[in-house]
Design a protein around this ligand. Structure first.
Ligand code: HEM
Length: 132
């Protein structure tokens, strides 16, 4: 973590850093595990969501201008290559977008306008990944 006076003004740091991204991820997978509307998306994932609960916040950290640990640990991997084995249809893409939108709203990171911008971008990104 950079010194307090040198924290970059990227979305990752402005939204509260790892604690915020871990909370969003945990809420996202809690919703996926509990809400029937996300059942198809849940079924695509491994039985144990523990590895994704650790890995997604690290990916999002690097994506949002924070530490790039995930990218350094996964050289050459990107958002397209990690999803290659999966059939990303419109229905599951919408479920991902909806679950993430709810998770960010529930965690309610500050400032709200930045949280809302990130929510919209992630939802668009997920919808844009569908193959049909
Ligand atoms: C169309 C929507 C999406 C679907 C259906 C989807 C589905 C999946 C599935 C099934 C996995 C493997 C999970 C497992 O092994 O248990 C995965 C991995 C992953 N997803 Fe997605 N995903 C979507 C969108 C996104 C988006 C928008 C992001 C990030 C902004 C993302 C980030 C990741 C990452 C980083 C991994 C791999 C983590 C790792 O192996 O370290 N996904 N996704």
């Amino acid at each position: 973590m950079p010194r307090q006076d040198r924290i970059p003004a990227t979305p990752f740091y402005r939204l509260g850093g790892h604690a915020t991204f871990q909370a969003i991820t945990d809420r996202f997978y809690d919703l996926m595990e509990s809400e029937p509307e996300f059942a198809e998306l849940r079924a695509m994932h491994a039985a144990d969501l523990g590895p994704m609960r650790e890995s997604l916040p690290l990916f999002l950290a690097g994506w949002a201008g924070g530490p790039r640990d995930w990218f350094e640990a996964n050289p050459g991997r990107c958002i397209m290559s990690v999803h290659k084995p999966f059939e990303m249809n419109k229905a599951v893409a919408a479920q991902w977008a909806d679950a993430m939108t709810c998770a960010i709203a529930d965690v309610d990171p500050q400032p709200p306008e930045l949280a809302s911008a990130m929510s919209g971008i992630l939802a668009d990104l997920a919808r844009g990944m569908s193959s049909d």
